[in-house]
Design a protein around this ligand. Structure first.
Ligand code: C2O
Ligand code: CU
Length: 524
């Protein structure tokens, strides 16, 4: 293991990912941000120079941050935001490998562009040798208005919580937008660039696919090329070959593509759907956002001409869902922790604030981060979880003796809405014991239905409408970890809670002074 040092300069830059020019919140002037790479076991040092003119943070999605909870990134939970013109260094050891990403965790900043891939290699990866080359493919939605315009509208009292409609979708930061729809006085050039991946006939490619969207679910396919899944959210799985791969927000898949077809161009299709009503005044949310974002798989030697390949039939029943969890089997036999120390039943709802504003609730409380005084600093300062405010939604548990790897925390995510929600847990991956659908009584899946034998391990799971999903993970990482829906609009409505893991151990943590220095001294 070595130390990898990266510099990220956060700068605004006018870019036109889909042809429409807008200011983009970039890292190093790039959108998507640069691909950060390391090996299993390495130490990552990332110097962040904030020149946005806005505060910023970066979250390392999927990293365990064992012993470095304060470098996890979410504002108000583990740190205050990095002020403009300040340099802050994230410093953590990587205990895992696979396909990850990083993104801002300050307001809607990720939607404005601050996000990129984080790829961790394992020199002993069991699939090495099964492919010749690899590519990273990010999928995203894209808005032309910055969130400084969208968020205040979205959170105003008169707005009813319908998510803003993205203007386009993108593959690896390239989208197509019809400039005829652009407002006058805007700068728009129909984008001629289309995401293109060049392959050599006879070779095999690992594609690392990341859905970095704010709102949309994708179903990915590449004409004539079935895709063999080998990795899910950083965990290897036994190979399973599919023609279409549903991928929800913040999820990742590695797939192997065999370039065994005729030398030609083949269409890549990322079918876009939103899984919560959007504000386009139709409220007919099945037909509202429903198109393919396209790219090209180009065989070396193929002529420059648009693909004429035929799509695989779209399976609309895959919209707003995960790959069937029964198909995804961990490559190594999973060790599901057995000693359940806490079970939480989290009821997910929409509601209205007194002002009329639409909000999201977990157990009747809508999460509001305290951006002056992050929860982990409160715990270290001696504020007990039960003294936190109601809006902090603390879910507290302790493993302070014995084998914490075997100490299991179980969360029943009870979705009492008609939307599906991609739920994420910071600092852990989890076993999906049960992924219910349309349960008649959504509150009581029975243990006899749980998969303890070979459950899929991931860090984002789709909880289906009016259904309950049950996840379980090891309580072996003391700290304060966010648990939330990864639809950015739902997060901003408060669809989040904090997991306060082993506070009696964590309270003895020394939070580095460069972290506490980000916070104002007077914390009222
Ligand atoms: Cu991708 Cu709170 O995280
Ligand atoms: Cu949601």
């Amino acid at each position: 293991p070595v130390t990898r040092c990266y510099n990220l300069e956060l700068v605004l830059k006018d870019l036109a990912p889909d042809g429409f020019t807008r200011p983009v919140w970039t890292a190093n002037g790039q959108y998507p941000g640069p691909i950060l790479q390391a090996n299993h076991g390495d130490r990552m040092i990332v110097n962040v120079f904030n020149k946005f003119g806005d505060p910023a943070t970066i979250h390392w999605h999927g990293m365990f941050q064992k012993g470095t909870n304060f470098y996890d990134g979410p504002e108000g939970i583990t740190q205050c935001a990095i002020p403009n013109n300040v340099t802050f260094t994230y410093n953590f050891t990587i205990e895992q490998d696979g396909t990850y990403w990083y993104h801002s965790h300050h307001l809607g900043q990720m939607i404005d562009g601050l996000k990129g891939p984080l790829i961790i290699y394992n020199p002993k990866d069991s699939y090495l040798g099964k492919y010749d080359f690899e590519y990273v493919m990010t999928l995203s939605d894209w808005y032309h208005d910055p969130t400084s315009i969208l968020l205040p509208k979205f959170s105003s009292d008169s707005y009813k919580g319908f998510a803003p409609v993205p203007d386009s979708g993108e593959i690896s930061g390239l989208g197509q937008y019809d400039c005829k729809a652009a407002p006058k006085n805007s700068k728009c050039n129909p984008n001629k660039k289309i995401a293109t991946y060049i392959v050599k006939k006879g070779k095999k490619y690992r594609f690392r696919i990341i859905n970095t969207s704010a709102l949309v679910h994708y179903i990915l396919s590449i004409d004539n090329h079935p895709l063999t899944i080998i990795e899910v959210d950083g965990t290897l799985v036994k190979p399973v070959t599919l023609n279409t791969i549903p991928i929800n927000i913040a999820q990742r898949y590695s797939v192997i593509l065999d370039a065994n077809q005729e030398i030609d161009n083949y269409q890549i299709r990322a079918h876009i759907t939103e899984c919560t009503p959007i504000d386009n005044n139709t409220l007919n949310f099945d037909s509202a956002l429903n198109y393919d974002v396209t790219g090209i798989l180009k065989y070396d030697g193929a002529k420059d001409k648009p693909p004429t390949s035929n799509p695989y039939p779209l399976n609309t029943s895959e919209e707003c869902r995960d790959v069937n969890p029964n198909l995804l089997k961990p490559y190594f036999e999973p060790k599901v922790p057995q000693n359940v120390i806490s079970t939480f039943k989290t009821l997910v709802n929409f509601g209205a604030a007194a002002s009329g504003r639409a909000i999201a609730l977990i157990n009747n409380s809508s999460f509001v981060p305290n951006n002056n005084y992050p929860t982990n600093q409160k715990i270290v300062d001696g504020i007990k979880p039960n003294q936190l405010s109601n809006n902090d939604n603390p879910l507290t548990y302790e493993c302070d003796s014995g084998d914490c790897d075997d100490a299991a925390v179980e969360i029943f995510i009870i979705n009492n809405t008609t939307d599906s929600h991609p739920f994420h847990v910071h600092g852990h991956d989890f076993f999906v014991l049960y992924n219910g659908e349309n349960n008649s009584d959504i509150k009581s899946p029975h243990k006899s239905e749980f998969n303890f034998k070979d459950p899929v391990i991931r860090d984002v799971v789709t909880v289906l409408p009016n259904s309950t999903t049950v996840i379980r993970y090891s309580a072996s990482n003391p700290g304060v970890w966010l648990f939330h829906c990864h639809i950015q609009w739902h997060l901003s409505m408060g669809m989040a809670a904090q997991l306060i893991e082993s506070p009696s151990i964590f309270k003895n943590t020394t939070i580095p002074s460069d972290v506490t220095a980000l916070c104002a001294k007077d914390r009222g």
